[in-house]
Design a protein around this ligand. Structure first.
Ligand code: NAP
Length: 328
């Protein structure tokens, strides 16, 4: 095995053949980069449009081991990036549009700028994007009273009523966070029981500014003359009654959609779009392509489990490359 060279990438004419391309810069991506960097594989990381993944849109992370006082999400990501770069990882701000397998078993990634990148292995660590309600005019209202990020937008809504939609940990976390700014936070949930962990649910519901609105769904966003959200129409899902609720912003926290649209037929995805890994491995149906973190994990979806999978994918990619060198 010869992975300790000064420059382990292969140059053929002007085309560079990367050892490892990591797609995504969340916990899984950076951890893969730290491990493959330390293995002298000089990984290339393609960050897409949002450097740092989902933790850059969160506040304090209380449950990442090693930080008894907690750590801010963006700081944790920035530290992971520094650690990866220290070991030779290179970051490029490009988004992968398609992925194809070459005749020799290597891969061609095509970016949004039309550039083709050749690589022997790929680690898909693209995470998941926030899910929206799918209502008419919803996407046009993002930034005008509809958002998925309380950390980013909460401070714009001081002393006014806002709503959070969802019943999971994210919804409870966002509702609690928003009480710092808003005069009132309606927690709109489609059932009468929260899915969130007890500690997060208790914290949100104990806050006097948080008012749960059970068994309800938003059916319409209502806007003012400036095109900003001023209220929503609510439907009670038990008796079908409709009502209007005055809020200046709706924070949608109803889960995520995995970012695996670009994988083509090289990686199977399940009915919800999550990349399917081989049993007890981060490998996929295509040898040389690995998937790690929230793009493949609909069960745990934690920063630490994503980091763990990133580590596993890096080790598996390293072993795959070693087997290639050995001619296996
Ligand atoms: P989640 O646990 O999947 O919860 C999504 C919530 O949105 C559920 O309550 C669901 O309702 C509701 N929902 C889904 N589709 C909907 C729709 N179309 N209309 C209205 N409501 C809808 O997602 P999450 O809260 O983002 O959490 C994801 C993972 O991250 C979890 O594992 C969670 O523990 C973790 N997380 C942890 C922390 C932390 O520990 N600090 C913070 C945030 C997230 P139903 O309940 O009826 O299905």
């Amino acid at each position: 095995m010869n992975l300790g060279n000064e420059c382990p990438r292969t140059h053929s004419y002007l085309q560079i053949m990367e050892n490892v391309v990591i797609i995504g810069t969340g916990c899984a991506g950076w951890t893969s980069a730290i491990y493959t960097g330390r293995a002298n594989l000089t990984p290339l990381i393609l960050s897409g449009t949002q450097l740092g993944g989902q933790l850059t849109t969160t506040t304090e992370v209380e449950n990442f081991p090693g930080f008894p006082e907690g750590v801010m999400g963006p700081e944790l990501m920035s530290r992971m990036q520094q650690q990866a770069e220290k070991f030779g990882a290179r970051v490029e701000y490009k988004k992968v549009e398609t992925m194809a397998k070459n005749d020799d078993g290597t891969f061609t990634l095509t970016t949004d700028g039309g550039e083709e990148i050749q690589t022997k292995t790929v680690i898909i660590a693209t995470g998941a994007a926030p899910r929206y309600l799918g209502l008419e005019n919803e996407m046009e209202l993002v930034g005008h009273g509809v958002t998925s990020c309380a950390t980013c937008d909460g401070a714009f809504y001081r002393d006014v009523p806002v709503a959070v939609v969802g019943g999971g940990d994210s919804a409870c976390e966002e509702a609690t966070f928003l009480t710092r700014f808003a005069s009132k936070v309606y927690l709109i949930h489609r059932r009468d029981e929260l899915r969130a962990s007890k500690i997060m649910a208790d914290r949100a519901l104990a806050n006097e500014k948080v008012e749960p609105v059970w068994d309800s769904a938003i059916t319409k966003y209502l806007t003012d003359d400036e095109g900003e959200v001023r209220a929503v129409t609510l439907k009670n899902l038990k008796d079908d009654s409709e009502s209007e609720l005055e809020v200046k912003c709706v924070f949608v926290a109803i889960g995520h959609v995995p970012n695996a649209q670009f994988v083509g037929d090289l990686v199977d995805v399940d009915e919800n779009g999550y990349a399917i890994q081989n049993a007890h491995s981060t490998g996929t149906k295509t040898p040389g392509i690995f998937a790690a973190g929230d793009v493949a994990d609909h069960v745990y979806r934690q920063a630490i489990t994503a980091a763990g999978q990133g580590c596993a994918a890096a080790i598996e990619a390293e072993r795959y490359l070693a087997d290639l060198e050995d001619g296996e």
